[in-house]
Design a protein around this ligand. Sequence first.
Ligand code: ADP
Length: 473
Amino acid sequence: MSKPRLLFAASEVYPFAKSGGLADVAHSLPRALSTDFDVYVVMPLYQFVDRERFNIVALGEHFDVMMGGVVYPVELYGCEYEGLDYRFIYSPLLCDRDFLYGPPESGYEDNAIRFGIFNYAILTLLKRHAYDIAHMNDWQCALVPLLIKDDKTIQTKTLFTIHNLAYQGTFESSALKALGIDDEHFTMEGIEFYGQVNFMKAGIAYADVITTVSPTYAKEVLTSEFGCGLEGFLKHHRSKLVGIVNGIDTEHFSPSEDRALVAPYTDLTGKAVNKKAYLKEVGLKGAKKPLFIFIGRFTWQKGMDLLIESLPKLASLECNIAILGEGEVKYNGELKSIAAECSNVHLEFGYDESLSHRMYAAADFLLMPSLFEPCGLNQMIAMHYGAMPIVHHVGGLADTVQTDKEFDPKTHDGHGVVFTRPTERSFINAVRHALELYGNKRYYSMITKHNMACDFSWNESARSYGELYRKVM
Ligand code: ADP
Protein backbone atom coordinates (compact mmCIF):
# COMPACT_ATOMS: atom_id res chain seq x y z
CA MET A 1 0.00 0.00 0.00
CA SER A 2 1.36 3.42 -0.85
CA LYS A 3 1.97 5.89 1.94
CA PRO A 4 -0.37 8.87 2.40
CA ARG A 5 0.97 12.03 0.76
CA LEU A 6 1.89 14.90 3.07
CA LEU A 7 2.71 18.47 2.07
CA PHE A 8 4.56 20.17 4.93
CA ALA A 9 4.85 23.95 4.49
CA ALA A 10 6.91 26.47 6.43
CA SER A 11 8.42 29.88 5.77
CA GLU A 12 11.83 28.68 6.99
CA VAL A 13 13.48 25.28 6.94
CA TYR A 14 16.97 24.45 8.17
CA PRO A 15 19.54 24.36 6.52
CA PHE A 16 18.09 26.46 3.66
CA ALA A 17 16.92 29.41 5.78
CA LYS A 18 16.60 29.79 9.53
CA SER A 19 15.69 32.50 12.00
CA GLY A 20 14.62 30.28 14.90
CA GLY A 21 13.12 27.04 16.12
CA LEU A 22 10.51 26.83 13.34
CA ALA A 23 13.29 26.08 10.85
CA ASP A 24 14.62 23.28 13.07
CA VAL A 25 11.17 21.76 13.43
CA ALA A 26 10.48 22.04 9.70
CA HIS A 27 13.74 20.23 9.06
CA SER A 28 13.47 17.42 11.55
CA LEU A 29 9.76 16.64 11.96
CA PRO A 30 9.18 15.83 8.24
CA ARG A 31 12.19 13.50 8.34
CA ALA A 32 10.73 11.67 11.32
CA LEU A 33 7.35 11.47 9.53
CA SER A 34 8.83 10.09 6.33
CA THR A 35 8.78 6.50 7.54
CA ASP A 36 4.96 6.51 7.42
CA PHE A 37 4.19 9.32 4.96
CA ASP A 38 5.29 10.34 1.51
CA VAL A 39 6.56 13.76 2.58
CA TYR A 40 7.17 16.91 0.52
CA VAL A 41 8.44 20.00 2.29
CA VAL A 42 7.69 23.37 0.70
CA MET A 43 9.16 26.80 1.44
CA PRO A 44 9.96 30.04 -0.42
CA LEU A 45 13.16 30.10 -2.47
CA TYR A 46 14.61 33.25 -0.88
CA GLN A 47 17.47 34.76 -2.85
CA PHE A 48 19.96 33.86 -0.10
CA VAL A 49 19.18 30.13 -0.23
CA ASP A 50 22.29 28.44 -1.59
CA ARG A 51 20.96 26.82 -4.80
CA GLU A 52 24.32 25.41 -5.80
CA ARG A 53 25.20 23.82 -2.48
CA PHE A 54 21.86 22.03 -2.25
CA ASN A 55 21.53 21.33 -5.94
CA ILE A 56 18.20 23.15 -6.17
CA VAL A 57 16.94 23.05 -9.75
CA ALA A 58 13.95 24.37 -11.69
CA LEU A 59 11.32 21.67 -12.12
CA GLY A 60 9.91 23.18 -15.30
CA GLU A 61 6.63 24.02 -13.61
CA HIS A 62 5.45 27.62 -13.94
CA PHE A 63 2.13 29.09 -12.94
CA ASP A 64 0.56 32.41 -12.10
CA VAL A 65 -0.93 33.35 -8.78
CA MET A 66 -3.89 35.60 -9.35
CA MET A 67 -4.53 37.66 -6.25
CA GLY A 68 -6.72 40.74 -5.95
CA GLY A 69 -6.67 41.26 -9.71
CA VAL A 70 -2.86 41.17 -9.92
CA VAL A 71 -0.86 38.36 -11.52
CA TYR A 72 2.26 37.11 -9.72
CA PRO A 73 4.45 34.64 -11.63
CA VAL A 74 5.63 31.56 -9.77
CA GLU A 75 8.30 29.05 -10.69
CA LEU A 76 8.69 25.73 -8.89
CA TYR A 77 12.12 24.48 -7.87
CA GLY A 78 13.12 21.30 -6.07
CA CYS A 79 15.87 19.22 -4.58
CA GLU A 80 16.41 16.08 -2.61
CA TYR A 81 18.19 16.57 0.67
CA GLU A 82 18.93 13.89 3.24
CA GLY A 83 16.48 11.59 1.48
CA LEU A 84 13.56 14.02 1.55
CA ASP A 85 11.87 15.88 -1.33
CA TYR A 86 11.86 19.66 -1.09
CA ARG A 87 9.79 22.04 -3.17
CA PHE A 88 10.67 25.72 -3.41
CA ILE A 89 8.33 28.50 -4.46
CA TYR A 90 10.10 31.21 -6.42
CA SER A 91 8.30 34.47 -7.04
CA PRO A 92 10.33 37.71 -7.25
CA LEU A 93 8.20 39.71 -4.82
CA LEU A 94 8.29 36.93 -2.22
CA CYS A 95 11.91 35.91 -2.59
CA ASP A 96 14.17 38.70 -3.77
CA ARG A 97 14.83 40.22 -0.36
CA ASP A 98 17.76 40.45 2.06
CA PHE A 99 15.80 39.12 5.03
CA LEU A 100 13.11 36.49 5.58
CA TYR A 101 10.50 38.79 7.07
CA GLY A 102 12.22 42.17 7.20
CA PRO A 103 15.19 43.92 8.82
CA PRO A 104 15.48 43.63 12.64
CA GLU A 105 12.72 45.55 14.46
CA SER A 106 10.27 45.58 11.56
CA GLY A 107 8.56 43.42 8.98
CA TYR A 108 8.45 44.27 5.26
CA GLU A 109 5.41 46.40 4.51
CA ASP A 110 4.24 44.07 1.78
CA ASN A 111 4.51 40.87 3.83
CA ALA A 112 0.76 40.25 3.41
CA ILE A 113 1.23 40.13 -0.36
CA ARG A 114 4.54 38.24 -0.16
CA PHE A 115 3.14 35.46 1.97
CA GLY A 116 -0.21 35.67 0.21
CA ILE A 117 1.69 34.53 -2.90
CA PHE A 118 3.21 31.69 -0.84
CA ASN A 119 -0.26 30.56 0.33
CA TYR A 120 -1.81 30.65 -3.15
CA ALA A 121 1.19 28.81 -4.58
CA ILE A 122 0.72 26.07 -1.97
CA LEU A 123 -2.94 25.92 -2.98
CA THR A 124 -1.88 25.34 -6.59
CA LEU A 125 0.44 22.51 -5.52
CA LEU A 126 -2.42 20.91 -3.59
CA LYS A 127 -4.66 21.13 -6.66
CA ARG A 128 -2.11 19.76 -9.07
CA HIS A 129 -0.46 17.06 -7.02
CA ALA A 130 -3.20 15.61 -4.78
CA TYR A 131 -1.98 15.45 -1.20
CA ASP A 132 -3.86 13.71 1.61
CA ILE A 133 -2.64 16.08 4.30
CA ALA A 134 -1.36 19.65 4.28
CA HIS A 135 0.53 20.57 7.44
CA MET A 136 0.80 24.37 7.65
CA ASN A 137 3.05 26.14 10.14
CA ASP A 138 2.56 29.59 11.68
CA TRP A 139 0.92 32.64 10.13
CA GLN A 140 3.01 32.63 6.95
CA CYS A 141 0.96 29.73 5.56
CA ALA A 142 -2.16 30.04 7.70
CA LEU A 143 -4.39 31.19 4.83
CA VAL A 144 -4.20 27.80 3.12
CA PRO A 145 -7.02 26.16 5.15
CA LEU A 146 -9.28 29.12 4.27
CA LEU A 147 -8.34 28.98 0.58
CA ILE A 148 -9.05 25.23 0.52
CA LYS A 149 -12.49 25.77 2.04
CA ASP A 150 -13.28 28.43 -0.57
CA ASP A 151 -11.92 26.36 -3.43
CA LYS A 152 -14.32 23.47 -2.76
CA THR A 153 -12.52 21.10 -5.18
CA ILE A 154 -9.60 20.14 -2.91
CA GLN A 155 -10.04 17.10 -0.67
CA THR A 156 -6.81 17.62 1.33
CA LYS A 157 -7.21 17.81 5.11
CA THR A 158 -5.28 20.44 7.01
CA LEU A 159 -3.32 20.58 10.23
CA PHE A 160 -2.21 24.00 11.42
CA THR A 161 0.60 24.33 13.97
CA ILE A 162 1.04 27.43 16.10
CA HIS A 163 4.73 27.76 16.91
CA ASN A 164 4.40 31.19 18.45
CA LEU A 165 1.13 33.02 18.98
CA ALA A 166 2.94 36.32 19.45
CA TYR A 167 3.46 36.53 15.68
CA GLN A 168 0.04 36.46 14.02
CA GLY A 169 0.57 38.21 10.69
CA THR A 170 -1.78 41.18 11.15
CA PHE A 171 -2.15 43.73 8.37
CA GLU A 172 -4.28 46.74 7.43
CA SER A 173 -7.80 45.85 6.31
CA SER A 174 -6.88 46.88 2.75
CA ALA A 175 -4.84 43.65 2.58
CA LEU A 176 -8.12 41.74 2.29
CA LYS A 177 -8.72 43.01 -1.24
CA ALA A 178 -5.09 42.67 -2.26
CA LEU A 179 -5.21 39.05 -1.09
CA GLY A 180 -8.35 38.40 -3.09
CA ILE A 181 -10.20 37.18 0.00
CA ASP A 182 -13.95 37.49 0.09
CA ASP A 183 -15.47 40.06 2.46
CA GLU A 184 -17.55 37.29 4.04
CA HIS A 185 -14.40 36.13 5.88
CA PHE A 186 -13.78 39.55 7.39
CA THR A 187 -15.76 38.87 10.55
CA MET A 188 -14.92 38.08 14.16
CA GLU A 189 -15.50 34.40 13.41
CA GLY A 190 -13.15 34.68 10.44
CA ILE A 191 -9.94 36.64 9.92
CA GLU A 192 -10.94 40.07 11.21
CA PHE A 193 -9.01 41.17 14.31
CA TYR A 194 -9.72 44.67 15.65
CA GLY A 195 -10.31 45.97 12.14
CA GLN A 196 -7.23 44.27 10.72
CA VAL A 197 -6.61 41.14 8.67
CA ASN A 198 -5.12 38.36 10.81
CA PHE A 199 -3.52 35.40 8.98
CA MET A 200 -3.22 33.27 12.13
CA LYS A 201 -7.00 33.39 12.64
CA ALA A 202 -7.51 31.77 9.24
CA GLY A 203 -5.44 28.77 10.31
CA ILE A 204 -7.27 28.50 13.61
CA ALA A 205 -10.76 28.90 12.14
CA TYR A 206 -10.48 26.71 9.06
CA ALA A 207 -7.90 23.97 9.71
CA ASP A 208 -9.20 20.50 10.55
CA VAL A 209 -6.83 20.24 13.52
CA ILE A 210 -4.74 22.84 15.34
CA THR A 211 -1.66 22.03 17.34
CA THR A 212 0.64 24.01 19.56
CA VAL A 213 4.19 22.87 20.17
CA SER A 214 3.74 21.71 23.76
CA PRO A 215 0.82 20.55 25.92
CA THR A 216 1.35 23.32 28.51
CA TYR A 217 1.35 26.00 25.80
CA ALA A 218 -1.91 24.52 24.47
CA LYS A 219 -3.46 25.33 27.86
CA GLU A 220 -1.70 28.67 28.28
CA VAL A 221 -2.94 30.09 24.96
CA LEU A 222 -6.49 29.88 26.32
CA THR A 223 -5.64 32.45 28.99
CA SER A 224 -5.44 36.22 28.68
CA GLU A 225 -1.83 36.13 29.94
CA PHE A 226 -0.56 34.08 27.00
CA GLY A 227 -3.37 34.20 24.42
CA CYS A 228 -2.16 37.42 22.71
CA GLY A 229 -5.79 38.50 22.25
CA LEU A 230 -6.80 35.23 20.61
CA GLU A 231 -7.62 33.34 23.84
CA GLY A 232 -11.39 33.63 23.32
CA PHE A 233 -11.11 32.62 19.68
CA LEU A 234 -8.94 29.64 20.58
CA LYS A 235 -11.35 28.63 23.34
CA HIS A 236 -14.07 28.57 20.73
CA HIS A 237 -11.96 26.14 18.66
CA ARG A 238 -10.49 24.20 21.59
CA SER A 239 -12.15 20.92 20.58
CA LYS A 240 -9.63 20.67 17.72
CA LEU A 241 -6.63 22.00 19.66
CA VAL A 242 -3.88 19.58 20.71
CA GLY A 243 -0.43 20.16 22.25
CA ILE A 244 2.46 18.04 20.98
CA VAL A 245 5.92 18.74 22.30
CA ASN A 246 8.71 19.34 19.78
CA GLY A 247 11.74 17.10 19.57
CA ILE A 248 15.28 17.80 18.40
CA ASP A 249 17.12 16.30 15.48
CA THR A 250 19.42 13.97 17.36
CA GLU A 251 21.54 13.40 14.25
CA HIS A 252 22.23 17.09 13.75
CA PHE A 253 22.57 17.67 17.48
CA SER A 254 24.75 14.72 18.38
CA PRO A 255 27.66 15.40 20.75
CA SER A 256 29.35 12.14 19.74
CA GLU A 257 29.36 12.98 16.01
CA ASP A 258 29.14 16.75 15.89
CA ARG A 259 31.65 18.01 13.34
CA ALA A 260 31.40 21.54 14.72
CA LEU A 261 33.14 20.38 17.89
CA VAL A 262 36.85 20.31 18.63
CA ALA A 263 36.38 16.90 20.22
CA PRO A 264 33.06 15.04 19.84
CA TYR A 265 32.23 13.27 23.11
CA THR A 266 30.04 10.75 24.85
CA ASP A 267 30.78 11.58 28.49
CA LEU A 268 31.60 14.48 30.80
CA THR A 269 35.36 13.91 30.52
CA GLY A 270 35.12 14.38 26.76
CA LYS A 271 32.88 17.38 27.28
CA ALA A 272 35.54 19.04 29.47
CA VAL A 273 37.91 19.12 26.46
CA ASN A 274 35.35 21.18 24.55
CA LYS A 275 34.89 23.54 27.48
CA LYS A 276 38.62 24.23 27.68
CA ALA A 277 38.85 24.79 23.93
CA TYR A 278 35.87 27.17 23.91
CA LEU A 279 37.13 29.21 26.88
CA LYS A 280 40.43 29.59 25.06
CA GLU A 281 38.66 30.50 21.82
CA VAL A 282 36.78 33.38 23.44
CA GLY A 283 39.35 34.38 26.06
CA LEU A 284 37.44 33.40 29.21
CA LYS A 285 39.53 32.24 32.17
CA GLY A 286 38.98 29.46 34.70
CA ALA A 287 37.90 26.05 33.42
CA LYS A 288 36.99 25.02 36.98
CA LYS A 289 34.33 27.70 37.21
CA PRO A 290 30.90 26.78 35.83
CA LEU A 291 30.13 28.17 32.40
CA PHE A 292 26.62 29.57 31.89
CA ILE A 293 25.45 30.24 28.35
CA PHE A 294 22.52 32.05 26.76
CA ILE A 295 21.73 31.49 23.08
CA GLY A 296 18.74 33.03 21.39
CA ARG A 297 16.83 35.90 19.90
CA PHE A 298 17.21 39.12 21.87
CA THR A 299 13.54 39.75 22.55
CA TRP A 300 11.26 40.36 25.49
CA GLN A 301 9.90 36.83 25.08
CA LYS A 302 13.26 35.24 25.83
CA GLY A 303 13.51 37.14 29.14
CA MET A 304 16.14 39.59 27.84
CA ASP A 305 15.09 42.32 30.29
CA LEU A 306 15.35 39.88 33.17
CA LEU A 307 18.71 38.60 31.93
CA ILE A 308 20.19 42.09 31.51
CA GLU A 309 18.81 43.28 34.85
CA SER A 310 20.34 40.24 36.61
CA LEU A 311 23.57 40.05 34.65
CA PRO A 312 25.79 42.27 36.86
CA LYS A 313 24.81 40.21 39.92
CA LEU A 314 25.25 36.93 38.05
CA ALA A 315 28.66 38.06 36.86
CA SER A 316 29.71 38.80 40.45
CA LEU A 317 29.31 35.09 41.23
CA GLU A 318 32.12 32.58 40.71
CA CYS A 319 31.32 31.69 37.10
CA ASN A 320 31.78 32.49 33.42
CA ILE A 321 28.92 33.65 31.21
CA ALA A 322 28.75 33.53 27.41
CA ILE A 323 25.95 35.07 25.38
CA LEU A 324 25.22 34.55 21.67
CA GLY A 325 22.34 36.12 19.82
CA GLU A 326 20.82 38.99 17.92
CA GLY A 327 17.51 40.75 17.82
CA GLU A 328 16.10 44.01 19.11
CA VAL A 329 18.88 46.59 19.00
CA LYS A 330 17.62 48.26 22.18
CA TYR A 331 19.32 45.48 24.17
CA ASN A 332 22.70 45.77 22.48
CA GLY A 333 24.04 48.81 24.35
CA GLU A 334 23.45 47.48 27.86
CA LEU A 335 24.77 44.05 26.97
CA LYS A 336 27.91 45.59 25.50
CA SER A 337 28.60 47.76 28.51
CA ILE A 338 28.13 44.85 30.97
CA ALA A 339 30.44 42.67 28.88
CA ALA A 340 33.00 45.48 28.77
CA GLU A 341 32.92 45.85 32.56
CA CYS A 342 32.90 42.16 33.49
CA SER A 343 35.86 40.09 32.34
CA ASN A 344 33.90 36.86 32.94
CA VAL A 345 31.12 37.83 30.51
CA HIS A 346 31.64 37.11 26.83
CA LEU A 347 29.20 38.52 24.31
CA GLU A 348 28.83 37.57 20.66
CA PHE A 349 26.32 39.22 18.35
CA GLY A 350 24.97 37.36 15.35
CA TYR A 351 23.62 34.04 14.26
CA ASP A 352 26.21 31.27 14.17
CA GLU A 353 25.06 27.65 14.05
CA SER A 354 28.49 26.10 14.45
CA LEU A 355 29.46 28.39 17.34
CA SER A 356 26.18 27.55 19.07
CA HIS A 357 27.10 23.85 18.96
CA ARG A 358 30.51 24.59 20.49
CA MET A 359 28.79 26.58 23.21
CA TYR A 360 26.33 23.79 24.07
CA ALA A 361 29.28 21.40 24.22
CA ALA A 362 31.27 23.71 26.47
CA ALA A 363 28.51 24.82 28.83
CA ASP A 364 27.73 23.54 32.30
CA PHE A 365 24.43 25.43 32.42
CA LEU A 366 22.03 27.04 29.96
CA LEU A 367 20.14 30.16 31.03
CA MET A 368 16.59 30.25 29.70
CA PRO A 369 14.53 32.80 31.61
CA SER A 370 11.83 33.07 28.88
CA LEU A 371 8.66 34.93 29.88
CA PHE A 372 6.74 32.62 27.60
CA GLU A 373 8.01 29.69 25.59
CA PRO A 374 5.75 27.73 23.21
CA CYS A 375 8.21 24.83 23.34
CA GLY A 376 11.84 25.90 23.19
CA LEU A 377 14.56 23.74 21.72
CA ASN A 378 17.64 25.13 23.46
CA GLN A 379 16.85 23.39 26.75
CA MET A 380 16.62 20.00 25.02
CA ILE A 381 19.77 20.57 22.99
CA ALA A 382 21.54 21.65 26.19
CA MET A 383 20.48 18.54 28.13
CA HIS A 384 21.52 16.36 25.21
CA TYR A 385 24.97 18.02 25.30
CA GLY A 386 25.28 17.62 29.06
CA ALA A 387 24.55 21.23 30.03
CA MET A 388 21.93 21.66 32.73
CA PRO A 389 19.12 24.07 31.86
CA ILE A 390 17.98 26.78 34.26
CA VAL A 391 14.45 27.58 33.10
CA HIS A 392 11.37 29.58 33.96
CA HIS A 393 8.47 27.17 34.55
CA VAL A 394 6.42 28.09 31.49
CA GLY A 395 5.13 26.51 28.25
CA GLY A 396 7.32 23.80 26.77
CA LEU A 397 10.01 24.45 29.38
CA ALA A 398 7.56 23.15 32.00
CA ASP A 399 6.93 20.06 29.86
CA THR A 400 10.54 19.19 29.12
CA VAL A 401 12.50 20.16 32.24
CA GLN A 402 11.66 18.67 35.64
CA THR A 403 13.19 20.19 38.73
CA ASP A 404 16.42 18.69 40.04
CA LYS A 405 14.68 18.28 43.40
CA GLU A 406 12.40 15.67 41.83
CA PHE A 407 15.28 13.81 40.25
CA ASP A 408 14.51 10.16 39.83
CA PRO A 409 16.95 8.15 37.70
CA LYS A 410 14.18 5.70 36.82
CA THR A 411 12.22 8.31 34.84
CA HIS A 412 13.02 9.32 31.28
CA ASP A 413 12.54 13.04 31.95
CA GLY A 414 15.20 15.67 31.63
CA HIS A 415 16.06 17.61 34.78
CA GLY A 416 17.38 21.03 35.59
CA VAL A 417 16.88 24.07 37.78
CA VAL A 418 13.35 25.42 37.50
CA PHE A 419 12.11 28.75 38.86
CA THR A 420 8.46 29.72 38.97
CA ARG A 421 8.48 33.53 39.01
CA PRO A 422 10.17 35.60 36.32
CA THR A 423 11.74 38.03 38.76
CA GLU A 424 15.37 38.99 39.29
CA ARG A 425 15.25 37.49 42.78
CA SER A 426 14.00 34.06 41.74
CA PHE A 427 16.29 33.97 38.70
CA ILE A 428 19.36 34.76 40.78
CA ASN A 429 18.28 32.29 43.46
CA ALA A 430 17.98 29.65 40.73
CA VAL A 431 21.52 30.43 39.57
CA ARG A 432 22.79 30.27 43.16
CA HIS A 433 21.11 26.89 43.49
CA ALA A 434 22.81 25.82 40.26
CA LEU A 435 26.17 26.79 41.74
CA GLU A 436 25.46 24.65 44.80
CA LEU A 437 24.56 21.74 42.55
CA TYR A 438 27.75 22.26 40.61
CA GLY A 439 29.68 22.11 43.86
CA ASN A 440 28.20 18.70 44.55
CA LYS A 441 30.05 17.04 41.68
CA ARG A 442 28.55 13.58 42.13
CA TYR A 443 24.98 14.80 42.13
CA TYR A 444 25.56 17.25 39.26
CA SER A 445 27.21 14.54 37.14
CA MET A 446 24.47 12.05 37.91
CA ILE A 447 21.73 14.38 36.66
CA THR A 448 23.75 15.55 33.68
CA LYS A 449 24.58 12.02 32.57
CA HIS A 450 20.93 11.08 32.96
CA ASN A 451 19.92 14.07 30.79
CA MET A 452 22.41 13.08 28.09
CA ALA A 453 20.81 9.64 27.90
CA CYS A 454 17.20 10.94 27.71
CA ASP A 455 15.33 10.62 24.43
CA PHE A 456 14.65 14.11 23.04
CA SER A 457 14.22 12.80 19.50
CA TRP A 458 11.13 13.29 17.36
CA ASN A 459 10.08 9.62 17.52
CA GLU A 460 7.28 9.93 20.05
CA SER A 461 5.94 13.29 18.82
CA ALA A 462 6.07 12.29 15.14
CA ARG A 463 3.90 9.33 16.08
CA SER A 464 1.39 11.72 17.69
CA TYR A 465 1.29 13.87 14.53
CA GLY A 466 0.82 10.73 12.43
CA GLU A 467 -2.14 9.74 14.57
CA LEU A 468 -3.71 13.18 14.19
CA TYR A 469 -3.26 13.08 10.38
CA ARG A 470 -4.93 9.67 10.24
CA LYS A 471 -7.80 10.82 12.41
CA VAL A 472 -8.79 13.60 9.99
CA MET A 473 -7.91 11.84 6.71
P1 ADP B 1 12.72 30.49 18.89
O1 ADP B 1 11.67 31.09 19.75
O2 ADP B 1 13.76 31.49 18.52
O3 ADP B 1 12.20 29.74 17.72
P2 ADP B 1 13.62 27.91 19.93
O4 ADP B 1 14.15 27.57 21.28
O5 ADP B 1 12.39 27.21 19.49
O6 ADP B 1 13.47 29.48 19.88
O7 ADP B 1 14.74 27.59 18.83
C1 ADP B 1 15.90 28.30 18.78
C2 ADP B 1 16.88 27.58 17.86
O8 ADP B 1 17.71 28.54 17.23
C3 ADP B 1 17.80 26.64 18.60
O9 ADP B 1 18.26 25.65 17.70
C4 ADP B 1 18.98 27.59 18.97
O10 ADP B 1 20.17 26.90 19.24
C5 ADP B 1 19.07 28.40 17.71
N1 ADP B 1 19.60 29.75 17.85
C6 ADP B 1 18.96 30.84 18.35
N2 ADP B 1 19.74 31.93 18.27
C7 ADP B 1 20.90 31.53 17.71
C8 ADP B 1 22.11 32.20 17.35
N3 ADP B 1 22.29 33.50 17.56
N4 ADP B 1 23.08 31.47 16.76
C9 ADP B 1 22.92 30.15 16.54
N5 ADP B 1 21.81 29.46 16.86
C10 ADP B 1 20.80 30.14 17.43
